[in-house]
Design a protein around this ligand. Sequence first.
Ligand code: DAH
Length: 333
Amino acid sequence: MDPLTALAQFESEGLAAIAAATDAAALEQVRIQFLGKKQGRLKDLQSVVGKATPEERPVVGKRFNEAKDRVTEALEARLNEVAKPKIAATAIDLTLPGVPTDFGRLHPLTQTMREFREIMARFGFEVVDGPELEDEPHNFNALNIPLDHPARDPLDNFYLAAACTAHGKPVLMRSQTSTVQIRVMEHRPPPVRVISIGRVYRPDDIDATHHVMFHQMEGLMIGPDVTMASLKSVLKMFAAAYLGGDTEVRFRPSFFPFTEPSVEVDVRWKGGWLELGGAGVVDPNVLQAVGYNPEEVGGFAFGLGIARFCMLRHGIDDIRLFYQNDIRFLKQF
Ligand code: DAH
């Protein structure tokens, strides 16, 4: 066979074999078969080229290099080609940056409430719950709130439409967690040592410190020797546990229908005093309303705003942030 025909055959068969190979291993076989240095068709062709006459030699030599280059290039191109679809087929490119996993976390108020429960449990307080939809006896009457008291004003409460009443009596979203005091005392004899944490509702203009729905922690302790002194130590210990041991607590005389005497509880904050809630010694009328004997037992009660504590500890200056579900805010806790 003349050298040019042999070279043409080498080239066309080489290109065909390359095109037919479907993976890198097959291509390697083709490489060995056609371009292998020790044995292989190109090596055989070298001797054919060597036999060319001196006149033929330049043409044959040029053609030899051409055929060799074409087969080599085609092989490389095909190698790249078979490599690519593999990645596409498995759809995994290990060189790509990963998708970051975002961990959820608890809402700052939820965290605060959990911590409150834990602190109060250490002081021996049991956690109880009450309904958010209440009737007037629990929200007002049993708490010694007279019929003409401004706290009952329909404009200051979320009363439900007349159609939604309990046994023909008006119902409202509770305006204070003090309702739970009554529900507990109605059902169990003294002694009592409970807290209840939950939502309360009041129509209000929403601003940085007010919302129409907020959270309170109610506390109630009833027993033979429970006094104002017990109230003060429990609240001081509580503030110290949550806000730090050096937190200064102040009790200011106040008035609530269900306590006598009543106090307002403040903590020292940035040079001023910040109000956290109300408290006092349970009024004998309240004890009587639930069937307790005020001659035998007494007690204290308190109702604290949850958000206030959380805002103090974390330097949050707007209560609305808690309810906007802005991930940039929530992520920080
Ligand atoms: N219920 C009151 C309020 O919502 C807070 C409060 C004051 C609760 C005195 C109490 C208490 O238990 O003894 O403003």
